[in-house]
Design a protein. Structure first.
Length: 243
């Protein structure tokens, strides 16, 4: 393995996938965030927690501009870190992944990680806009969500390892086993403690756009890393010359 080349490929693919994710989020998720925060502001005015004054809106607009301007950069940083994890897993599992080339192999792996690390936890704890959620339950919600990600991820790795030890026809048992395992965990894990008080049309549209945003990241990661891997072949050792 050419270590330097591997690091470059992993960082570039993660950064560009994060850039795509941040850009997609800015285009399709931000409008729903604006709507949700607008509802939250009206609730603050109704409860007299804030006053509807020009000063409030100046401060609010400045804060939102700061948030929006940093979103793409945040996507690049997050994408680079997750891309590093993806690259390591790909390097370790590349030979056992199905597919005739590295792009297909990387897409298979990114699809698996998208499913186990994002979609399954999302179905249990779907993303909510700012109007949903009590500030006092933030830590609890984060613990539940991250715990579910860890359980799903480690469960998938465990059943994948099991599948490598089974013969071709018996590999299906590991997939069924993961399905049963994650279904039990899904039922045991506590529900989100916060009630949805925002309009469900807004919440559902926000969740759908969030799924599209994250999906764009995992798809981009697989495609970019696979293309770079095909082009640069970091797994091939440089032949040593002997004098």
């Amino acid at each position: 393995m050419k270590t330097f080349l591997f690091i470059v490929i992993v960082l570039i693919s993660g950064a560009f996938a994060g850039l795509i994710h941040g850009t997609v989020n800015f285009a399709i998720v931000e409008p729903y965030l604006d709507q949700a925060i607008g509802i939250e502001n009206q609730n603050l005015f109704a409860s007299d927690e804030e006053e509807d004054t020009p000063e409030f809106w100046v401060e609010y607009e400045g804060y939102r501009m700061w948030q929006k301007s940093g979103q793409i950069l945040a996507g690049v940083i997050l994408g680079t870190s997750i891309g590093a994890l993806f690259g390591i897993v790909f390097a370790l599992s590349r030979n056992s992944l199905p597919g005739q080339n590295n792009v297909k192999k990387a897409l298979v792996l990114s699809g698996m990680m998208w499913f186990t690390l994002y979609l399954i936890p999302f179905l249990k704890y779907p993303a909510n806009p700012p109007t949903v959620g009590d500030g006092e339950t933030v830590v609890l919600r984060a613990i539940l969500y991250l715990s579910f990600i860890a359980i799903s991820g480690f469960g998938a790795v465990g059943f994948y390892k099991l599948s490598t030890k089974l013969k071709e026809r018996k590999k299906l048992f590991s997939l069924v086993g993961y399905g049963i395992f994650i279904s039990i965990v899904f039922g045991i894990m506590p529900d989100n403690p916060d009630k949805v008080t925002a309009p469900m049309s807004l919440v559902n549209e926000f969740r759908f756009m969030s799924v599209l945003g994250v999906t764009s990241f995992w798809a981009s990661t697989g495609i970019i890393l696979g293309l770079l891997w095909n082009r640069l072949s970091p797994h091939k050792e440089t032949p040593q010359s002997y004098s």
